[in-house]
Design a binder for this molecule. Structure first.
Ligand code: WT7
Length: 649
């Protein structure tokens, strides 16, 4: 199990923090007794809770049935019609929020763009009209979005949603082979990109990556290019983004879509080499993200909300775009690195835009901590009223630092547990009522029936470690894996009968608080992002100098987990220049997957520890990677000589 050290610290964590009175007073939920009653009811009857929550959004037609369950296939709000873009835009124009800021964008160079709901609506309508009339895109088609975090990327997502085109956002850090696999798997008709992006003062040539990625793919009919640097003449399948929107009407009738119409695919790593196209729907997803955002972030009309995630991840989908705009909030987006060009950049942006709620990852918090207390201390940060974290367990030290130095002891922290597959937050404090314990995501949200179970699927005793499962479907959950329903069933619904298997280890304490320990499968969590070890292994063995490779995670104080690769080089590779080969292989992984998968260390070996049936004993590799004594049972080891690491000369 990952991060055993942090589990030990967490087990000793006994501090609790009641909601500050000033916060509670103004919160949507602030009465503990009422909360407990509502929570108990929602546990017994999740469907009624969610059916009521569905009133938060607009439906063109109401449902015939709130929920149909045909394990493992759930349907929510069956027969109903809605539209995600309509809910994120038109509804607010009708409610007098047209002049409210929807997006505040800041570029790494300090450039600022602000769009009201009305402006965003007009841009989305123009693009939607262009997509329908010029590119003949229609409901059910699929499109990839490979764009930097610019406001136009949000326009593209919403324009697709408006006409029923299923979008697949691909993080703009992925390299062309990874993009190609995803575009092909989803059979994308259109790909949206931008000539360039900016990161740490450097220019990323995104259009070049896309050209390589889609070369020869016949499914792709158009590549739409947002030209930021300079206008060049578009050739072949390329279409200029501005040309596409030019002269298009600034109004558009949003398509009335089935609640179960897919809104997007999002590819995420699994235990095999092939990423999974997680399928999310329109109605249930929107209900899930709207309700959770409102209560967990205690959203009020005057809030300025900043989730620092990129739209390439689920956090960006649910709490930069859909859940935040559907609540009519102002959403801040920033294209650059949070500590560039100076370590206090994040705090500077908070002060400049008067951000009231910040939502970021533990890995980022640890890096801010490391660069020194003086940076947040230079800023006022008095606009903040609530802090959030997501992506991995937060160590109590980082939690305390966030609480004291950023929140000045005045802001509750919501530690939110969820996954790409869950669509919306499932376990989190409710900031006006929940007493916080540093390192715990606290309790399940209303209507979420979570439990920790043992190997047999029986509930664990308090403080006993086991597997985190969800025992009742919820509206924002994934519906399937695109083109792979068997894998969907196998991965999530086969381990324990009738329960959604999360793949996380956890324990529940005597107060019913959940403590998530991390992944129990061969998936590692690097800087809050899941990476499949198999995916990295496949990239390594695709290099001609590699005979065999095994990748494991090891605890990393900054990134949560780091990547260590054990590699058996081919005979021909020789041992001279083994150090150099290490660097070559690191670059190779970057070229194949993207820089997020770059191994921290490559250890060359002549053999890998295997069982008699030929399975690599990863448990042993993890110990070695972490620099620990190899512990536990080694009797099943086929080659007790273990690892014979080739030392660089
Ligand atoms: C995995 C999901 C959900 C958006 C970001 C990552 C880990 C996530 C927490 C948390 C402990 C967490 C889990 C989970 N995780 N949030 N608050 N505490 N662990 O999405 O890439 O789908 O990864 O991230 O291990 O299974 P993802």
């Amino acid at each position: 199990m990952a991060q055993t050290d942090s589990i030990e610290t967490i087990l000793k964590e006994k501090r609790t923090f009641a909601p500050p009175e000033t916060f509670s007073k103004q919160a949507h939920l602030n009465n503990l007794e009422e909360y407990e009653i509502l929570w108990e009811q929602s546990q017994k009857d999740p469907v009624s809770f969610w059916e009521k929550a569905a009133d938060e959004i607009h439906w063109f037609k109401r449902w015939d049935k709130p929920f149909v369950w045909n394990e493992p296939h759930a349907q929510w709000f069956v027969g109903a019609k809605t539209n995600a873009a309509y809910n994120c835009l038109d509804r607010h124009l009708k409610n007098g929020r047209g002049n409210k800021l929807a997006l505040i964008w800041e570029g790494e160079d300090g450039q600022i763009v602000q769009w009201t709901y009305q402006e965003l609506h007009q841009r989305v309508c123009r693009l939607a009209n262009g997509l329908e009339s010029k590119l003949q895109l229609k409901a059910g088609d699929t499109a990839a979005i490979y764009m930097p975090l610019v406001p136009e990327a949000v326009v593209v997502m919403l324009a697709c949603a408006r006409i029923g085109v299923v979008h697949s956002v691909i993080f703009a850090g992925f390299s062309s082979p990874s993009v190609r696999d995803r575009v092909l798997d989803a059979e994308c008709k259109a790909v949206f990109t931008s000539d360039i992006g900016y990161r740490r003062g450097q220019v990323l040539e995104l259009k070049k990556t896309i050209d390589e990625a889609v070369a020869g793919l016949s499914c792709v009919k158009h590549t739409v290019v947002l030209q930021r640097r300079s206008k060049t003449k578009m050739v072949g399948r390329d279409v200029d983004y501005d040309d596409l929107c030019e002269n298009q009407p600034s109004s558009h009738a949003a398509k009335e879509l089935d609640a179960e119409h897919p809104l997007y695919f999002l590819y995420t790593s699994g235990t095999t080499g092939k990423p999974k196209g997680i399928v999310h729907t329109t109605g249930g997803y929107l209900v899930g993200v709207t309700k959770t955002a409102k209560l967990i972030f205690d959203l009020k009309d005057k809030d300025v909300f900043w989730c620092t995630a990129d739209i390439g991840w689920v956090t960006g989908h649910s709490y930069v775009v859909y859940g935040i705009l559907s609540n009519g909030m102002t959403s801040v987006i920033y294209e650059g690195a949070l500590n560039y060009p100076h370590p206090g950049r994040i705090w500077e942006i908070i002060d400049r835009h008067q951000v009231s709620i910040i939502y970021t990852a533990p890995t980022a918090i640890r890096s801010f901590m490391r660069s020194g207390d003086e940076h947040p201390q230079k800023y006022k940060l008095d606009s903040l009223r609530l802090l959030g974290t997501v992506g991995e367990p937060i160590n109590p030290e980082a939690w305390m630092w966030y609480y004291n130095l950023v929140g000045k002891g005045r802001c509750p922290i919501v530690d939110t547990w969820w996954q790409t597959e869950t669509g919306s937050i499932l376990i989190s404090p409710l900031p006006g009522v929940t007493a916080l314990k540093p390192g715990s995501a606290t309790r399940p949200f209303f209507g979420i029936v979570a439990e920790v179970v043992n190997e047999k699927g029986q509930a664990c005793a308090p403080n006993e470690g086991g597997y985190l499962v969800i025992k009742h479907p919820w509206p924002a959950m994934l519906r399937t894996i695109h083109r792979d329903p068997d894998r969907f069933k196998q991965q999530y619904w086969s381990r324990f009968k009738g329960m959604y298997f999360t793949g996380d280890g956890a324990h529940m304490d005597e107060n019913g608080y959940f403590w998530i320990k991390g992944r129990i499968d061969d998936v590692i969590n690097v800087s809050g992002h899941r990476l499949g070890t198999m995916e990295i292994e496949s990239a390594l063995v695709s290099h001609p100098s590699v005979a065999e490779a095994a990748v494991v995670g090891r605890p990393d104080t900054l990134k949560g987990q780091g990547i260590v690769a054990f590699v058996i080089p081919r005979e021909t590779a020789g041992t001279d220049g083994i150090e150099e080969l290490g660097n070559v292989l690191k670059s190779h992984v970057v070229k194949e997957i993207g820089s997020l998968a770059r191994p921290d260390e490559i250890l060359f070996t002549k053999a890998l520890p295997k069982t008699r049936s030929g399975k690599i004993m990863r448990r042993l590799l993890k110990d070695i990677a972490a620099g620990k004594e190899v512990s536990g049972d080694t009797t099943t080891l086929e080659n007790p000589g273990l690892l014979d690491i080739i030392k660089p000369n």
